[in-house]
Ligand binder design. Structure first.
Ligand SMILES: Cc1cc2nc3c(=O)[nH]c(=O)nc-3n(C[C@H](O)[C@H](O)[C@H](O)COP(=O)(O)OP(=O)(O)OC[C@H]3O[C@@H](n4cnc5c(N)ncnc54)[C@H](O)[C@@H]3O)c2cc1C
Length: 104
């Protein structure tokens, strides 16, 4: 399945870099719709504490996330989690995006 995503910024990978891009664009008042496609089933989170405070049980997973789930909806940033994107599709036809499980 392929969906036309013209006018929407689609970012493959919902990690720290993707979150930073979305947050920066919103801080700059860029209002175009954004979709972050991430293969993991959780919103973007910090990885460095995973091998430090989180591993030691000194930090909850909720504190690893950059923003609450509400922030994404309130800022027009759609999260497509547990979804893998085929990167090659975007290169062939920039206005279309295809995911392996056909959810976008
Ligand atoms: C345990 C640990 C400790 C670390 N400690 C430090 C530290 O102390 N200092 C430091 O500077 N850095 C540290 N790092 C590295 C730092 O976390 C990374 O540099 C940073 O997370 C990179 O962010 P990113 O968004 O580029 O990539 P990532 O955080 O890797 O995020 C990319 C995301 O995209 C997803 N993805 C990839 N391809 C697709 C696809 N085709 N479709 C859908 N989703 C996709 C991945 O599943 C992942 O969720 C650590 C990393 C780990 C794992």
């Amino acid at each position: 399945m392929e969906q036309d995503v013209a006018g929407r910024l689609v970012v493959i990978g919902a990690g720290q870099a993707a979150f930073a891009l979305a947050a920066k664009l919103r801080a700059l008042k860029d209002e175009r719709p954004i979709t972050l496609i991430g293969s993991e089933d959780v919103a973007p989170y910090q990885r460095p504490p995973l091998s430090k405070k989180y591993l030691l049980g000194e930090m909850s997973f909720e504190r690893l996330t950059f923003r609450t789930d509400d922030w994404y909806g309130e800022h027009g940033v759609e999260l497509k989690l547990a979804t893998s994107s085929r990167k090659s599709t975007a290169r062939r036809r920039p206005s279309a995006c295809r995911t392996l499980d056909a959810r976008l």
